[in-house]
Design a protein around this ligand. Structure first.
Ligand SMILES: NC(=O)c1ccc[n+]([C@@H]2O[C@H](COP(=O)([O-])OP(=O)(O)OC[C@H]3O[C@@H](n4cnc5c(N)ncnc54)[C@H](O)[C@@H]3O)[C@@H](O)[C@H]2O)c1
Length: 255
């Protein structure tokens, strides 16, 4: 039996990067995956690829920053499948900023997607999980919730708040069989970082290598194992943790 057989798994931000790789891994482990992301074209390509690989997959264009879109997407998912077993809150934007120069609009934009997007996912998935007295919620945080990097205050604050919310919800809903955990990747070579590299130049990749004990960046699919573990019943007694998938970044002094 595959590790996610018969599970319905919803992944936000699943059209590329970490979310897409995890969706492939979930499908390969037997889950039916529902991909949520903004860009219709990439979403269709991702869905097609997973189906070609033999996976069971559907997709819904949805902006996690929009309450009506998130509510509508979860209503459609529940109408189709009747339940949600796994929710991976993965969608986020990486926008640097400066506490002095940033406007309220810039703060609100990032927090609305990276933090409130996670709240929305949980709000609309929880009732179904509570009905079945079982569910696994995984929030994609970051080592940036624990470390200081200049000009990333708002992004780091959203990730730090997500870790606090994870512990809070794990405590509150544990008695009803809901597990809530987060994962903190180090620097992973995804479109998010490829965009940063294009803006910051080749030194970006060198700095990324130096910051990990393993001396390299993570590959796109290297967060899959942690996600499959937390989604599956193998982690049935694991709740409220922050699982680092960071190549040993946190054990090194900041360079
Ligand atoms: N790449 C890294 O080094 C790294 C490190 C730590 C944490 N993370 C976290 O991992 C997650 C995935 O990162 P990634 O590097 O794969 O990013 P990515 O930019 O490569 O992919 C992000 C995905 O999220 C989607 N998305 C963005 N905004 C959205 C919105 N408003 N609504 C719906 N979908 C939206 C995009 O369409 C895309 O599918 C994020 O939460 C990120 O903060 C990434």
């Amino acid at each position: 039996m595959k590790r996610l057989e018969e599970k319905i798994a919803v992944i936000t931000g699943a059209s590329e990067g970490i979310g897409f790789q995890v969706a492939r891994a979930f499908a390969a482990e037997g889950a039916t995956v529902a991909l949520l992301a903004r860009g219709q074209e990439k979403l269709e390509e991702a869905t097609q690829r997973i189906r070609e690989e033999g996976g069971s997959c559907m997709s819904l264009p949805c902006d996690v920053g929009s309450t009506p879109q998130m509510q509508g997407a979860f209503e459609q998912l529940l109408a189709r499948y009747g339940r949600i077993d796994v929710l991976l809150n993965n969608a986020a934007v990486a926008v640097p900023g400066d506490i002095v120069d940033d406007s309220d609009e810039e703060w609100n934009h990032l927090l609305n997607i990276n933090l409130l997007g996670v709240f929305r996912g949980i709000k609309y998935a929880l009732p179904s999980m509570l009905k079945q007295q079982k569910g696994s919620i995984i929030n994609m945080a970051s080592v940036q919730g624990d470390r200081s990097w200049d000009h990333w205050t708002t992004y780091a604050a959203a990730k730090g708040a997500m870790k606090a919310a994870t512990r809070q919800l794990a405590g509150q809903y544990g008695p009803q069989g809901i597990r809530v955990n987060c994962i903190s990747p180090g620097a992973i070579d995804t479109p998010m970082n490829q965009k940063r590299a294009a803006e910051e130049g080749p030194e970006f990749y060198e700095a990324c290598k130096r910051m990990h004990a393993l001396g390299r960046m993570g590959q796109e699919n290297e967060v899959n194992g942690a996600c499959v573990f937390l989604a599956s019943d193998e982690s049935s007694f694991v709740s409220g943790i922050d699982l680092s998938v960071d190549g040993g970044l946190l054990v090194l002094p900041r360079s």
